[in-house]
Design a binder for this molecule. Sequence first.
Ligand code: NDP
Length: 380
Amino acid sequence: MPTSTRRRFLRQSTAAASALLLAPTLIACGRNNTASTGESPAPASPPPGEERKVGVAILGLGGYARGQIAPALQLTQHCELRGIITGSPDKIPEWQRKYAIRDENVYSYDTMEGIADNDDIDVIYVITPTATHRDFAVRAAATGKHVWCEKPMAMTPEECQDIIDAANRANVKLSIGYRMLHEPNTRKLIQLTKDKVYGDLTSAHSYAGYAGNPPPADYWRGQRDMGGGALYDMGVYTVNGLRYGTQMSPTAVVKAMQRRQERPNGVDLTTTYTLRYANGMTAEGKTSVVEDYNELHIEAAKGWYEVQPMQPYQGVKGKTSDGKILGPPVPNQQSIQMDDDALAILNDTEVLAPGTMGKADIAVIRAIIESAETGREVTI
Ligand code: NDP
């Protein structure tokens, strides 16, 4: 889409979202945005007699939507891809053709408020650059549709809270696209921690990086103010991994270091950090867009367990110090994620990755940045 058109769409999105943020609270009765460590059980099955599928509209037809989410939706049992919301008119014909999307279910960022009256759509899935999540997710919630929002939830805890408030006002479910929380081998690792199978935890480390090229300055992943960089993009997996792997929230960033691109608005290419917990335990995190590593490792009094690799789309493998294999990798975790989230809507149960969890992780990310910039320990 031409830059001028994109700018126009964005200006309008921002203006509309700001107006919504100023609107008085209508209903303060949200019910699902409470858990913080992925403690809810995965929803089991639809309620008796409920065979309805959840209609999903994807907002933002970029690489992840096109390459992973739309194909994964075809593998779900409880979801149907029925709508698109896009700033790129040129993408519309292919999406309509490929997924049989009806004309009346196609929206632009200008017209998306009209989705409020569209009974085909139950959920808006926000899959756009991180710095745009707040505005799009707040607008999506205001239509009265449930909201799925990609990771990282937003740029700051305050922005995350705006999304949570908007979902609560509209009494809709809000789920963050933390696919690992739905991945069966990761869930087995979580259960080992919950059941203390290897005793009390003593330390942990969480590494997620890939050896790519440094992101370019003219793409949002290479722009700090758009949420680009290793820590937001990949590091959020390490922060969230330590949350579900330890079932604890960190209380401080002990120290952190970032290697950043040396240009205006340049991003971090690699970030390392140490977290501390209320019980005194520490954990190490490392993330990169130019170096390869991928594992979540938990040390406990009577042994260790890990997932390695910890967050690829396919092939998460888990093992323990006494030789147990956690289970075979699953073919498509995004379809499991969306089915879980659809069942939470159909059954009116809690989601596995609520907004409060997304917000808590962004608070850790901000503390890591502050610690790297000041060279000091930062309380979370
Ligand atoms: P892309 O750059 O490939 O696509 C982003 C899309 O967002 C664009 O194509 C565009 O869609 C839309 N958009 C809306 N506003 C803007 C804007 N101001 N600038 C640029 N694009 C805009 O990004 P990805 O699809 O890779 O990532 C999108 C989100 O998904 C990010 O938050 C990312 O972190 C997350 N993600 C999650 C993954 C996971 O495993 N859970 C994996 C990859 C990404 P349109 O042209 O239709 O308007």
